[in-house]
Design a protein around this ligand. Structure first.
Ligand code: HEC
Ligand code: HEC
Length: 272
């Protein structure tokens, strides 16, 4: 509710700032009522939420809960991005048979409102965060940033653009709560990072991240980055740990450490 209100406030400002350009979508921000914004939200959830998160928190697509979106800084450019997509990327266009012209304005206004009030002062020290990332945090052992590190976890090179600050805090303190959609997983037809624990008939235990699976075999990537293929008939147990994360909770980190790590992560990908 608070977000809706603040969204409405600044949308009224935008509307006031635009000279009426006559009829035509994308040129004029419609008179926005709470009902209009709710309608925009409905279209957002139907067409955008699966990639950008139902709350705009990010997923396969970047978070939209950022104060400034480089590709869609204002209403007109948001409408363009929605209609045309971003060619050469995973951002598809949306045709008028799915979102009619009259509604694309409401959708754009709603999508822009997600970034309202998200400008946050980041308390931490990014330089110290970068240091911690490499040392005490041992984060490079599971994450790649700018080509450094190994990758059982998601690459973090652009994480500051993909995710909002709240999400970063959440993934450091309670990682399993925020399972991301893995780009690699999507390519292979699987969504998400799924830790798996397999036990063979002769009692061997193998744990790793599922990279592929069919009716007869499953491939796991171990924490050391090695990929093993197992035949299901050789397994006594195959536990898929949907609520479990291989990402360690930062239990031995202080609040200041987490602030610094978040400050570092939030800056990754900005300006690129
Ligand atoms: C199939 C997944 C997918 C869907 C559906 C999708 N997007 Fe995207 N979107 C992406 C990806 C991936 C990017 C990043 C493109 C790039 O590499 O720059 C993106 C980028 C964007 C951007 C630019 C963000 C920036 O930082 O400048 C905006 C705005 C956006 N999407 C809005 C929307 C809206 C609104 C909808 C619903 C009509 C939508 N998207 C539907 C995947 C998707
Ligand atoms: C043992 C491997 C491992 C280590 C060490 C590790 N991570 Fe992760 N991390 C993961 C995995 C796997 C995921 C995917 C999500 C999940 O399973 O929770 C992840 C997810 C994340 C995410 C969310 C990414 C997204 O796109 O949603 C962030 C941010 C992150 N880790 C930061 C860190 C930081 C900072 C450190 C060091 C303090 C660290 N990780 C150490 C394995 C690890």
């Amino acid at each position: 509710m608070r977000r809706l209100r603040s969204g409405l406030g600044s949308l009224a400002l935008v509307a006031g700032a635009l000279a009426p350009a006559g009829p035509g979508f994308g040129q004029e921000v419609p008179e926005l009522t709470e009902a209009g914004l709710a309608r925009g939200e409905m279209f957002y959830q139907a067409h955008c939420g699966r990639c950008h998160g139902m709350l705009g928190q990010g997923g396969e697509g970047p978070s939209l809960t950022r104060p400034t979106l480089s590709r869609a800084p204002d209403h007109a450019s948001m409408v363009q991005v929605i209609r045309r997509g971003i060619p050469g990327t995973g951002m598809p266009g949306t045709r008028a048979n799915l979102v009619p012209d009259l509604d694309v304005d409401l959708l754009a206004a709603y999508a822009l409102s997600l970034g309202e009030g998200t400008a946050v002062e980041i308390a931490g020290d990014a330089a110290r965060g970068s240091e911690l990332f490499a040392t005490a945090g041992d984060c490079y052992s599971c994450h790649v940033v700018d080509g450094r590190g190994t990758g059982i976890g998601p690459e973090l090179t652009g994480i500051g653009v993909q995710r909002g600050v709240e999400y970063l805090y959440a993934s450091l303190s309670t990682p399993a709560s925020e399972l991301p959609v893995s780009r690699r997983g999507i390519l292979q037809g699987f969504r998400g990072y799924l830790p798996v624990r397999a036990v063979t008939h002769d009692g061997r235990v193998i744990t790793g991240m599922r990279v592929n699976e069919d009716d007869f075999t499953i491939q796991l990537r171990s924490i050391l980055g090695r990929t093993v293929s197992l035949r299901k008939e050789d397994l006594a147990r195959l536990d898929k740990q949907f609520d479990h994360s291989l990402m360690p909770a930062a239990a031995d980190m202080t609040e200041a450490d987490i602030d610094d790590l978040v400050a570092y992560l939030a800056g990754l990908g900005e300006g690129s």
